[in-house]
Design a protein around this ligand. Structure first.
Ligand code: PLP
Length: 429
């Protein structure tokens, strides 16, 4: 279920959260490059600090430019509220910080961005949070993993990085809800232009706005979006939201803020105490990027489909994993959840394996060899030696990033130029 808006997606991408600046009339959202905000008087300051009044105190907790982006992404996802963070990884940490306690655990899909695997399996251990990875295509395995009493959430990517894999969100949401926990979906690779996980029962959406939402490869950022639908008081698993918070004189976030509890907690406790705040300049860049998200995603997908056709019939290509390809295992899920599109990030292997793949990457001229995706520019990468290199070979293979895998993020250039670049690079591979 989503929060409905009378406006279409393209209108929301341009207008949601933004209005002409009341002080100056500036039509474009100003960059409020300030750390703090003047109080009207002592009572006003006290009511802000007690969370009795809504307003700005200090930019670690909230900033007007950042708020516009938060409202924009919440609207695009059909969510109730959002908390922006300094990066996608910070968004994952912040969401888990609200839900987890030391000794708690969560279940995650085993096909995830490599950095997320490392964050979940290693770094989160330092907080006393455990993560069990399962193949989310195997519903019986998911159900069994969710049965553990310590489990607080199920996590997956809608369209999984490095590519070609789609999570079956509807049954996964049902399994999570039957276990009394929320389904958290990293929607970075699909973006809300292709997939809106709340429509399929997800409860929380995570973004690395660094990718398609910003779209220009120039600003780090993350977002935790709350659907506002999850009943945090249905069990005793979520004390941060349902028990008195000593730092706010015993305030109970769920009782006080209802469907905004997670979002208010994200700012008032998460950002306040952990501090991974998005910079106003980066929010401005993401706001600007978000205005063209629907148009960009359309062209990203169109270009990707053309490049996939070229690679799929090329004699030097061993395989292509793209959920939009006829015969791909995930094509029916692309049709159901992504409107028949499959994004612009995919993987393929060249004959000759590791060596030939690396040679191809190094021979590209138009494609940039770097570790990012969702840029206007086309990018190419060898995950096993870069983004997924911290993983064991077994983990790499299970994450779809084995030794022969190349990952491509197709940009917005002329498709025939991209094909020509791959053709010349392939000749040398
Ligand atoms: N989720 C996905 C799917 C990603 O691809 C990435 C980064 O590549 C992240 C999360 C982490 O985002 P960030 O790099 O903004 O911290």
């Amino acid at each position: 279920m989503t929060q409905e808006s009378p406006y279409g997606f393209e209108t929301l991408a341009i207008h949601a959260g933004a209005a002409p600046d009341p002080a100056t009339g500036a039509r474009s959202t100003p960059i409020y490059q300030t750390t703090a905000y003047v109080f009207d008087d002592a009572d006003h300051a006290a009511s802000l600090f007690n969370l009795q009044d809504y307003g700005y105190i200090y930019s670690r907790l909230g900033n007007p430019t950042v708020s516009v982006l938060e409202e924009r992404v919440a609207a695009l996802e059909g969510g109730r509220g959002a908390t922006a963070t300094a990066s996608g990884h910070a968004a994952q940490m912040l969401a888990m910080f609200t839900l987890m306690e030391p000794g708690a655990s969560f279940v995650a899909a085993n096909k995830l961005y490599g950095g997320s695997v490392t964050q979940f399996m290693r770094t989160f251990q330092k907080f006393g949070w455990d993560c069990e990875m399962v193949n989310v295509d195997d519903f019986a395995a998911v159900e069994a993993a969710l049965k553990k009493p310590t489990v607080k959430a199920l996590f997956c990517e809608s369209l999984a990085n490095p590519g070609g894999v789609i999570s079956d969100l509807e049954p996964l949401a049902e399994l999570a809800h039957a276990a009394g926990v929320p389904l958290i979906v990293d929607n970075t690779m699909a973006s809300p232009a292709l997939c809106r996980p709340f429509e399929w029962g997800a409860d929380i959406v995570i973004h690395s706005t660094t990718k398609f939402i910003s779209g220009h490869g120039n600003a780090m950022g993350g977002m935790v979006v709350d659907s506002g639908n999850f009943n945090w008081a249905q069990n005793d698993k979520f004390p941060s939201l349902t028990q008195p918070e000593p730092a706010y004189h015993g305030l109970n976030f769920f009782e006080t803020f209802g469907d905004l509890a997670m979002t208010v907690h994200g700012h008032a406790v998460g950002l306040r105490d952990l501090g991974p705040t998005m910079a106003p300049m980066n929010a401005f860049l993401a706001i600007t990027g978000s205005e063209t998200l629907p148009l960009r995603m359309e062209r990203h997908c169109q270009n990707a489909a053309e490049i996939v056709q070229f690679l799929n019939t090329h004699p030097k290509v061993a395989w292509v994993s793209y959920a939009g390809l006829e015969g791909n295992k995930y094509k029916p899920l692309a049709d159901k959840y992504l409107g028949g599109k499959a994004g612009s990030v995919f993987t393929f292997g060249v004959k000759g394996g590791y060596e030939a793949g690396l040679k191809l990457v190094e021979s590209c001229e138009l494609f940039s060899h770097l570790a990012n995706l969702g840029d206007t520019r086309s990018l190419i990468l060898h995950p096993a030696s870069t983004t997924h290199r911290q993983l064991t070979e077994e983990q790499q293979i299970s994450a779809g990033a084995g030794p022969d895998v190349l990952r491509i993020s197709i940009g917005l250039e002329t498709a025939k130029d991209l094909i020509a670049d791959l053709e010349q690079a392939m000749a040398g591979a």
